[in-house]
Design a protein around this ligand. Structure first.
Ligand code: NAD
Length: 471
């Protein structure tokens, strides 16, 4: 039983002022495996004060000093990858595929930021004007529980590269991952107060941080509803915002696609991280002319996505994170049937042979129309829909008929045709014949999937404000 009773403020592990103790569950067993003492509003204010104190010195550090610091962070995160892997599996049932595929991006975020700083010019001359890119100030990074280390590293790397100091508020569901990260920050020998970490509830710590007058920027990854609340909190003091929110990403299989390969990729994307990935391709758009072939291929591919023990390297889909999420996903499976969709795979209740754990049957609905709630709302579990279309124009129209616009996928054997379709899609990222993006490309969403972009100069400049001096 792990007891996490400290937060990280001003370069020290300290016992929070907050006294609430929250249990930590292993979703594969439903057993309590630890507890976390949560920070409160007083801790949030202390963390902002520490970040503010350190800002004066840190914002004036040289590029070389910040490059050295980012490299130390990359090393200390890389040193802890095994511990992060174990925490991800124990805390939210992450399976080998997501861990091996995406967790190594965490240390890479610091490397990329260091590399970018080598060439980035903070000062430019335009005519008689000198434009200098100035750090915004104290930043707040708020992260979800899934793949927490990558999101924390992504935000902290850009903030520090820009010369901002940071308060990280991780999810209360990711305390095991957070403990490893706090130790990694501590091992990187940062100046006190440059990075502070307070695990606490959104309604207390989150609201305090996102409305605090000394906070200049909020960088949030999480649900669209919480993103809306953060925008409201931030409005009074005009905080700069980066919001990476939910998605309902389409995967368009054009009629000339290699169907077995495309279906395999579509299911991998849709069920990624046990169906709990913001950019998962949860709407599969299949041409009417190839619908039977697509459905048969999905059925025969499903055994590879069976739900099971996340510690088994062969498992494709682990449990969902919590009892609340399990209930929510079950409701959507029920709703889909009530809306008239047909179950091609999966259904309500636990998978056969799994008597405990928040395991959902990997589920695929067919006979779905894009106006159904299961096609419009983010379910955040292993539940996919197949929607048929007549021609490319209709595929584009269905793909774009969504409140979200995070990512889209197009599969075709004709690169020109695939690009023509890709160019019409309303999404922050469009991937052709692949399901994972390029880490150097900007990442973020259109419409209700968010505001702003991460990575490379897009991420760095979201922590900077131009100041023009004309003399
Ligand atoms: P969530 O929105 O419930 O929580 C995210 C974080 O926000 C947590 O740290 C939570 O404590 C905090 N929070 C809650 N209320 C708050 C408030 N009032 N003020 C400030 N912070 C508050 O999301 P989750 O359940 O942790 O994660 C799942 C969601 O995140 C999904 O919608 C998913 O699509 C989204 N997500 C998006 C991306 C992306 O890059 N676009 C990546 C991962 C997850």
């Amino acid at each position: 039983m792990r007891k996490i009773h400290q937060v990280y403020i001003d370069g020290h592990f300290v016992t929070p002022h907050g006294t609430e103790i929250a249990p930590l569950h292993n979703p594969a067993t439903e057993q309590v495996v630890g507890e976390v003492r949560l920070a409160d509003e007083t801790d949030a204010r202390a963390a902002v004060a520490a970040a503010k104190r350190s800002l004066a010195g840190f914002s004036r550090t040289t590029k070389l000093e910040r490059i050295a610091l980012l490299k130390r962070l990359s090393t200390s995160f890389a040193d802890r990858l095994d511990d992060l892997k174990a925490a991800m599996t124990e805390e939210y049932g992450a399976v080998r595929g997501i861990i091996e595929g995406l967790l190594p991006l965490a240390p890479k975020m610091f490397d990329e930021a260091a590399e970018l700083l080598e060439s980035y010019e903070f000062q430019q001359t335009r005519g008689t004007t000198t434009v200098s890119m100035e750090p915004l100030g104290v930043a707040v990074a708020i992260t979800p529980w899934n793949l927490s280390a990558v999101f924390v590293a992504q935000k902290v790397a850009s903030a520090l590269a820009a010369g901002c100091t940071v308060v990280v508020k991780p999810s209360e569901l990711s305390a095991l991952q957070t403990q490893v990260m706090m130790e990694a920050f501590d091992a990187a020998d940062l100046p006190p107060g440059v990075v502070n970490v307070v695990t606490g509830r959104g309604a207390s710590v989150g609201d305090t941080l996102t409305s605090h007058p000394d906070v200049a920027k909020v960088d949030f990854t999480g649900s669209t509803g919480v993103g809306q609340r953060i925008m409201r909190n931030a409005a009074d003091t005009f905080k700069r915002l980066t919001l990476e929110l939910g998605g309902k990403s389409p995967t368009i299989l054009l009629d000339d696609a290699d169907i077995p390969a495309a279906v395999g990729a579509a299911l991998t994307s849709g069920f990624l991280n046990n169906g709990q990935t913001c950019f998962a391709g949860t709407r599969i758009l299949a041409p009417q002319s190839k619908l039977d072939e697509v459905l048969a291929t999905i059925e025969s591919a499903m055994p590879a996505f069976a739900a099971g023990d996340p510690t088994d390297p062969a498992t494709g889909v682990g449990p969902v994170v919590s009892q609340a999420q399990f209930d929510r996903v079950q409701n959507y499976i029920r709703l889909g049937q009530e809306e008239g969709a047909r179950l091609l795979a999966g259904g309500e209740g636990r998978p056969e042979g799994l008597g405990e754990g928040w395991f959902v049957q990997p589920t695929v609905f067919t006979g779905v129309t894009n106006d159904m709630r299961i096609a419009r709302e983010e379910i955040f579990g292993p539940v996919l829909v197949v929607i048929s279309y007549q021609d490319d124009d209709e595929a584009v129209a269905i793909a774009n008929d969504s409140p979200f616009g995070l990512q889209a996928h197009v599969f075709s054997s004709d690169p020109k045709r695939a690009r023509q379709v890709a160019e019409q899609l309303e999404a922050g990222t469009v991937l052709v014949n692949r399901i994972f993006g390029d880490p150097g490309a900007p990442f973020g969403g259109t419409k209700q999937s968010g505001i702003g972009r991460h990575h490379h100069t897009y991420g760095l400049e979201s922590y900077l404000e131009p100041r023009a001096i004309t003399a």
